[in-house]
Design a protein around this ligand. Structure first.
Ligand SMILES: Nc1ncnc2c1ncn2[C@@H]1O[C@H](COP(=O)(O)OP(=O)(O)O)[C@@H](O)[C@H]1O
Ligand SMILES: [Mg+2]
Length: 226
């Protein structure tokens, strides 16, 4: 076993061009997280929470600074290699479930396995994850036939299908009512604990954030640990 942190973000900056202007969203953000860590990321709307998650999840390259995941710099890779790295290393859950409406629950959970995986244990893993999130009886249903909470459960199963080391959630319960949000949060925390992952969750909810071991505020483009 090596005890090095799974995630090391250093001196991260991200600047967007807005017409003539440049907007500096991240201004030297730093964040370190080890296996087992669960971190709530908070901050006002527009403070750069999603941008941070996108950089950590290799969806967006930083302007300057580094993101190291298990000691590797994904942005040093070529585009196809980054895509493969992301697919095997990062699971995303967004506020909006982003399920494909024409596919069944089972097929949606399997989507991340289609591009790169040849292993045929994916089906078993998808069924067992969907069972774990309480949807064993819904495998053949379409997303349109599910409730909001059920759709987020499918999104969680899909995020975990490739056993990612990083689980990144952007306001995962933002569209759910209180009790449903609580049960989705329960699931996220349980599955994270079983998976030896790093869990980063962006949330506006102090109630949800209170359940996480660590709390980071985005302030002036930097991460401030509470
Ligand atoms: N792709 C983009 N192009 C231009 N500006 C962006 C882009 N993505 C985010 N921004 C700007 O960066 C700022 C932070 O956005 P975001 O990270 O989404 O904040 P949060 O998730 O905390 O609400 C906002 O001012 C937003 O308009
Ligand atoms: Mg956001």
């Amino acid at each position: 076993m090596n005890d090095a942190p799974r995630l090391v973000v250093e001196s991260l900056t991200k600047t967007f061009a807005e017409g003539e202007r440049e907007v500096s969203v991240l201004r030297g953000a730093a964040l370190t997280a080890s296996v087992g860590d669960s971190v709530a990321i908070m901050g006002p709307s527009g403070s750069g929470k999603s941008t941070l998650l996108h950089c950590v999840g290799t969806l967006e390259p930083p302007t300057t600074g580094t993101v190291m995941i298990d000691g590797a710099d994904p942005f040093a890779l070529s585009e196809p290699e980054i895509a493969r790295f992301r697919n095997s290393t990062v699971g995303f859950v967004f506020q909006d479930h982003h399920l494909l409406p024409q596919y069944s629950v089972l097929e949606n959970a399997l989507l991340p396995t289609v591009a790169f995986r040849s292993a045929n244990d994916s089906q078993d893993r998808a069924r067992s994850l969907l069972d774990r999130v309480g949807l064993a009886h819904r495998l053949d249903h379409r997303p349109g036939e599910l409730s909001g909470g059920e759709r987020q459960r499918v999104a969680i199963a899909r995020a975990l299908i490739n056993q990612p080391g990083l689980l990144l959630c952007d306001e995962p319960t933002g569209n759910l009512d209180g009790p449903t949000a609580d049960s989705v949060a329960d699931l996220l925390l349980e599955l994270h604990a079983e998976a030896d992952s790093v869990l980063l969750v962006v949330t506006h909810s102090e109630h949800l954030a209170a359940r996480f071991a660590r709390h980071v505020d985005l302030q002036d483009g930097k991460c401030v640990e509470r």
